[in-house]
Write a protein that binds this ligand. Structure first.
Ligand SMILES: NC(=O)c1ccc[n+]([C@@H]2O[C@H](COP(=O)([O-])OP(=O)(O)OC[C@H]3O[C@@H](n4cnc5c(N)ncnc54)[C@H](OP(=O)(O)O)[C@@H]3O)[C@@H](O)[C@H]2O)c1
Length: 254
């Protein structure tokens, strides 16, 4: 049974993996046997994260770059695939969120969120596919959000990007299926990460979230790890174009 979820010999790139959900998914995938390449912008925090994994006997490297630098993204994906002779899975997870009432939104800020959360994922998916197609196999996993399915005020660019990712995952899934590549979107609900610190520290929001979510609590980052292992492993071989919602029941609750 263990081999169904094994990632032995797999090489996996995870963007936005210096902390939060990216690091939690990297940790779970490394525990399943993968060599994980952690990405983020800050080389120091990235190296600390990788050393933490290596101290547990896991295989981890770093690839610092900004996912909105599209040339750097293409270069780094090619370099990882060349260095290891394979790139089995990419988890395109790096993301930012700005929360502002509509009339305070600058167009440039909207564009910046889309560059990181959507266009950057498109470029990385394309470059990963370039490395995966010759081997006839690969897994592309996007971190979407429940905010691509349901709505709250102020997060206009974020919601546009996350809904866009889920849509793009489906077109990529149908185009890349004949090449042996699956493409899926994991949609997390509300997790206890740095991105949500302002929400968790807001007593009103905290109470609303706990009453709205059937499981009645914020999720722990490690509770997303299994979803990434599933979609990257043999267990997920027939799953493509799917949105895997991990939200404690938030979006199905009337
Ligand atoms: N937390 C939640 O409840 C939740 C819910 C739904 C979806 N998500 C999604 O899950 C993903 C991770 O969220 P999180 O909560 O773990 O956020 P987080 O704690 O703020 O971590 C974000 C990660 O992305 C990296 N990053 C940010 N901008 C980057 C860029 N331009 N290039 C490369 N790396 C970049 C950060 O490292 P550096 O700052 O060093 O670059 C960090 O490693 C995001 O896509 C987010 O939208 C989160």
């Amino acid at each position: 049974m263990a081999s169904l979820f094994s990632l032995d010999e797999h090489v996996v790139l995870i963007t936005g993996a210096s902390r939060g959900l990216g690091l939690a998914m990297a940790s779970a995938m490394a525990e399943a046997g993968a060599l994980v390449v952690l990405n983020g912008r800050d080389p120091t925090t990235l190296e600390q994260a990788a050393s933490g994994l290596r101290a547990r006997g896991l295989k981890a490297e770093t690839a610092p770059f900004d996912v909105s630098d599209f040339a750097a993204s293409a270069r780094e994906v090619a370099a990882i695939a060349a260095r290891h002779g394979r790139l089995d899975t990419v988890v395109l997870n790096a993301g930012v969120n700005f929360r502002k009432p509509l009339l305070e939104w600058e167009t440039e800020d909207f564009r910046r969120v889309l560059d990181i959360n959507l266009t950057g994922c498109f470029v990385l998916a394309r470059e990963a596919a370039r490395a995966m197609i010759p081997r006839g196999s690969g897994r592309i996993i996007f971190t979407g959000s429940v905010m691509g399915i349901v709505a709250r005020p102020t997060v206009h660019a974020y919601a546009a990007a996350k809904a866009g990712l889920a849509g793009m995952a489906k077109t990529l899934a149908v185009e890349l299926a004949p090449k042996g590549i699956t493409v899926n979107t994991i949609c997390p609900g509300f997790f206890d990460t740095e991105m949500n610190t302002p929400l968790m520290q807001n007593p009103e929001f905290d109470a609303w979230m706990k009453s709205r979510c059937p499981l009645g609590r914020w999720a722990r980052p490690e509770e997303l790890g299994g979803a990434a292992v599933y979609l990257a492993s043999r267990a997920g071989s027939y799953v493509t174009g799917a949105m895997l919602v991990v939200d404690g029941g938030l979006t199905i609750n009337m």
